[in-house]
Ligand binder design. Structure first.
Ligand SMILES: *[C@@H]1O[C@H](CO)[C@@H](O)[C@H](O)[C@H]1NC(C)=O
Ligand SMILES: *[C@@H]1O[C@H](CO)[C@@H](O)[C@H](O)[C@H]1NC(C)=O
Ligand SMILES: *[C@@H]1O[C@H](CO)[C@@H](O)[C@H](O)[C@H]1NC(C)=O
Ligand SMILES: *[C@@H]1O[C@H](CO)[C@@H](O)[C@H](O)[C@H]1NC(C)=O
Ligand SMILES: *[C@@H]1O[C@H](CO)[C@@H](O)[C@H](O)[C@H]1NC(C)=O
Length: 647
C-alpha cells in the first residue's frame, strides 16, 4: 500500500538528524587517555548496525588484562558478503556465536519467544532449543569453558547453560546497567548494556563457589549453582568515535584481538545505505528488523552476521578502505542516543544527560524533591487516572510527574519493563517518556514538560472571540497527531494502541506543535490491563481520531457532561447538520477565517469515515495520514483499494 511512499515522504520532510552535541554530562567515566604511540594489543571495532558498508574502529590498548589506555585511531572498512546461509526468520536474534563443527549458538529475544538454540550453519536448522520463561527477554550470548553465558534485557541476572544439552546450569548476576551484549576472548567476558560503556567481567568469580540449589527456575537442578554476588567488573571503558561517545553498544563479538560491537538502532531507515538489509527487503522480506548477531569462526577466520527475523545469515569479509566515507554519515548513524539518524520522525534528544539511556529509573525521593513533596500547588491535573504534577529535576530539567493510582497496580518489575518498552517509542509527535519510579505502593512516570497547555484548553477555554488556532494550525495539528498515531501503530514493535486519543491528551508547544501524551498508559495502569485492553485495536484510535477531527473543526466538546447545557454527542450532531445541509455551520465560530468548502467537505468526509462502523475497520492510520496530507481519498470497495481525488 502507500506505506513505502509515505515513509519516503516523511523522510524528505525534515532536516537531518540532530547532532550529538554535548557529551560532557553523560561522560560519567573519566575520559580516555590517549596513547597513539603504543602498538595496539586489541582493538574495538564498532560495526554500525545494518550499515554494512563501514565499520569504524577505535583502538583499545590492553596489557596484562588491564585496559590501560584508549586511542582515538579510526579506520574505515568495507563489508563484502561472501556467502549466505538460511536462518530461522522467526528468530529475534540477540546473540550469536560460532562453536566450530558447523555449529552456531544463538540467543533470541522477545517476551514469550526467547530461547537459546543450537543451529546448524549450513542448513539453518535448529537442532536444539531451550525455551526461556515468558517473563524473560534473551540478549547477548557467549561460550566459555563449554558453558554458554547469556544476559537478559532489563534484568541483572544472566543464565548459564550446558553447551551440549543446553540444560540450564544456573544463573549469575552482573553489575552492568542492563544486559545487552556478551563476548569472550577465552579469559574474560566483555559485556555491553546499551550505553557507551564496554565492561570487562571476571568469569573466575564462578570458580570456587559452592554448588547451590537454584531457586528461581520452575524446576530444581540438584547440581545447579548460582552466584550470590554479582560478577566482578574488572574494568569499564567508554567507547569514543573521535571525541564523541558511541552509545547503544549492543551485540558483542571478540574477533581476532578486537571486540566488535554493533550499534543498536530502534528502527532501520535510510535503507539505501544498508546493502544487505536492502537486498532482503527488496526480495520481499519486509518484516525484518536490525542486524543483531555477529559470530566469529576462529579456525577458519570467518565472520557471520544476521539480524532480528532475518531469513538469511551471511558470511562477510571486511576490507580496509583508504578513503574515509562521508564522515557525517557515521556521526548521524552512530552517535545518537536512539536512532537519531531518522531525524524526521524521532524526537530530538535535546538533553545530553539522557543520551544513551532509554529510560531513567528515579528514586521516589528524587521525584519528591522535584515536586516539593508532591505539593498541591504543583498539581496540573488530578482525576481517576492519577495526579499530574509539574516538577524540576536536580538537573534543572522541567518535567511532568504522573502518579498513577495504585489500587490494582502491576508488580514493580512488570511495570518497569512495560515502561521501558513504552519509552522506546520516540517520535517528535509524542511526549517523551523520560523515566519512572516505583516503591511498594506507588508508580510514577516522568515525562517531558510541554509548555503551552493542551488542545482541550485552547479549543474550549479560550475566552476571546477569535481563536488563536487558525485553520492552518488546526490542520497542522491534525496531520501531526495522525502521524504520531501512525507511528505508534505501524512502527513501534510491539505496536502501541493509544486507547484514549482526545484533545486533553494533545499537548501544544509555543509554536502550536502538538505532542501526544499518555500513550501506553493503558497497559501501565492496571494489573489486569490485558483483559480490558484485549479488545482494543487500532480501530479504536481511528474512531477517536474521527471525533478529534470533529472537535477541532467545530470547537465543540465531544462528550458534553450532564451538568452543562444539553448538547448532542458530536457524531450525531455532525450527521444531523450534514443531512440538513448546514455544513458551513459546523465550523467553529471562533475561527478567524473559514476553510474553503472543498477542503471542509473532504475533511468532514474523512471524519465520518473514521467513525463509520463499516468504514472504520478498513482504515489504517497511514491511510488517514495520507488523506489528510494530500487531496487524495482512498475508496474501498470490498477488499480492493481505489484511489480517487475529491474535488
Ligand atoms: C560435529 O557435529 C556432528 C553433527 O552435529 C556430530 O555428529 C559430530 O560428532 C561433531 N563432531 C565433533 C568433533 O564435535
Ligand atoms: C482514564 O484512562 C482511561 C484509559 O486511558 C480513559 O479512557 C479515561 O477517559 C480516563 N479517565 C479520565 C478521567 O481521564
Ligand atoms: C481486574 O479488573 C476488574 C475490573 O476491571 C477488578 O474488579 C479486578 O479486581 C481486577 N483484578 C485484579 C487482579 O486487579
Ligand atoms: C512510596 O512513595 C510515596 C510517594 O512519596 C509515599 O507516599 C509512600 O509512603 C511510599 N511507600 C512506601 C512503601 O515507601
Ligand atoms: C471484550 O471482549 C470480551 C470477551 O473477550 C467481551 O465479553 C466484551 O464485551 C468485550 N468488550 C468490548 C467493549 O467490546
Amino acid at each position: 500500500m502507500g506505506a513505502r511512499s509515505l515513509k519516503k515522504r516523511r523522510h524528505g520532510e525534515h532536516l537531518a538528524a540532530p547532532q550529538a552535541s554535548s557529551m560532557a554530562a553523560a561522560a560519567a567515566n573519566s575520559p580516555p587517555r590517549r596513547n597513539k604511540a603504543r602498538r595496539p594489543y586489541a582493538t574495538v571495532s564498532v560495526l554500525l548496525s545494518g550499515v554494512l558498508f563501514v565499520s569504524v574502529a577505535a583502538l583499545l590498548f590492553i596489557s596484562s588484562n588491564k585496559w590501560r589506555a584508549f586511542g582515538n585511531y579510526v579506520s574505515y572498512e568495507m563489508v563484502n558478503v561472501v556467502n549466505e546461509f538460511p536462518h530461522d526468520p522467526e528468530a529475534f536474534t540477540q546473540g550469536l556465536l560460532y562453536a566450530g563443527n558447523d555449529t552456531l549458538f544463538e540467543s533470541t529475544g522477545l517476551y514469550g519467544r526467547s530461547s537459546v538454540r543450537r543451529v546448524a550453519l549450513h542448513t539453518g536448522k535448529v537442532e536444539e532449543l531451550q525455551r526461556m520463561g515468558d517473563s524473560l527477554f534473551g540478549e547477548g550470548l557467549t561460550l566459555l569453558d563449554k558453558r554458554l553465558f547469556q544476559v537478559t534485557w532489563l534484568q541483572k541476572v544472566g543464565f548459564i547453560y550446558d553447551q551440549k544439552t543446553l540444560g540450564e546450569l544456573g544463573t549469575f548476576n552482573h553489575e552492568m546497567k542492563d544486559g545487552w551484549g556478551l563476548a569472550t576472548d577465552g579469559k574474560v567476558l566483555f559485556g555491553s548494556d546499551g550505553s557507551s560503556t564496554l565492561y570487562q567481567l571476571d568469569p573466575r568469580t564462578f570458580k570456587g563457589l559452592p554448588l547451590m540449589r537454584f531457586y528461581s527456575f520452575p524446576f530444581l537442578h540438584l547440581n545447579a549453582w548460582s552466584l550470590p554476588q554479582p560478577l566482578i567488573t574488572l574494568s569499564k571503558h567508554t567507547i569514543y568515535y573521535k571525541d564523541q561517545q558511541v552509545y547503544n553498544l549492543n551485540e558483542l563479538e571478540y574477533i581476532d584481538g578486537e571486540v566488535w560491537a554493533n550499534v543498536f538502532t530502534l528502527k532501520l531507515k535510510q535503507i539505501d545505505l544498508i546493502c544487505i538489509m536492502k537486498g532482503l527487503i527488496d526480495a520481499g522480506y519486509t518484516a525484518i528488523d536490525v542486524l543483531n548477531g555477529i559470530a566469529w569462526d576462529r579456525q577458519q577466520k570467518r565472520i557471520f552476521v544476521t539480524g532480528k527475523l532475518w531469513p538469511k545469515l551471511y558470511e562477510i569479509k571486511v576490507v580496509p578502505i583508504n578513503k574515509p566515507i562521508d564522515e557525517g554519515i557515521i556521526e548521524q548513524l552512530c552517535l545518537h542516543d536512539l536512532d537519531g539518524h531518522d531525524g524526521a520522525e524521532l524526537l530530538q534528544s535535546d538533553s545530553p544527560e539522557f543520551k544513551g539511556v532509554m529510560c531513567q529509573h528515579f528514586q521516589v525521593e528524587e521525584l519528591e524533591d522535584a515536586t516539593n513533596g508532591f505539593a498541591e500547588r504543583n498539581v496540573i491535573e488530578s482525576g481517576d487516572n492519577g495526579t499530574v504534577y509539574r516538577g524540576l529535576l536536580a538537573t534543572n530539567m522541567k518535567v511532568v510527574v504522573k502518579k498513577l493510582p495504585c489500587h490494582s497496580c502491576q508488580p514493580e518489575e512488570s511495570f518497569a519493563s512495560q515502561v521501558e518498552l513504552t519509552a522506546r517509542a520516540k517520535h517528535k509527535r509524542l511526549v517523551k517518556l523520560i523515566g519512572y519510579s516505583t516503591n511498594r505502593t506507588c508508580r510514577l512516570l516522568v515525562s517531558e514538560y510541554i509548555d503551552n497547555g493542551n488542545l482541550h484548553k485552547w479549543l474550549h477555554e479560550f475566552q476571546g472571540s477569535l481563536s488563536p488556532l487558525t485553520w492552518s494550525i488546526r490542520l497542522h495539528i491534525l496531520q501531526a497527531v495522525a502521524n504520531g498515531i501512525a507511528y505508534l501503530h505501524e512502527e513501534v514493535e510491539p505496536k502501541i494502541i493509544h486507547g484514549s486519543i482526545k484533545s486533553k491528551n494533545i499537548l501544544l508547544d509555543q509554536q502550536w506543535n502538538p505532542k501526544i501524551s499518555d500513550f501506553g498508559l493503558f497497559k501501565l495502569q492496571s494489573s489486569n490491563s490485558s483483559h480490558s485492553m484485549s479488545n482494543f485495536t487500532e480501530s479504536n484510535d481511528i474512531y477517536d481520531f474521527g471525533i478529534l477531527i470533529m472537535e477541532i473543526i467545530s470547537g465543540r466538546i465531544p462528550f458534553p457532561s450532564h451538568h452543562s447545557q444539553p448538547q448532542a454527542y458530536i457524531v450525531d450532531w455532525f450527521k444531523s447538520m450534514i443531512s440538513n445541509g448546514k455544513i458551513s455551520d459546523l465550523v467553529d465560530p471562533k475561527l478567524p477565517k473559514k476553510p474553503s468548502s472543498i477542503v471542509l467537505k473532504r475533511i468532514i468526509l474523512l471524519a465520518l469515515w473514521c467513525v463509520d462502523l463499516d468504514m472504520n475497520p478498513k482504515l489504517k492510520m497511514e491511510d488517514v495520514v495520507q488523506m489528510l496530507e494530500s487531496n487524495q481519498l482512498l475508496f474501498y470497495v470490498g477488499t480492493t483499494t481505489f484511489r480517487g481525488y475529491y474535488h
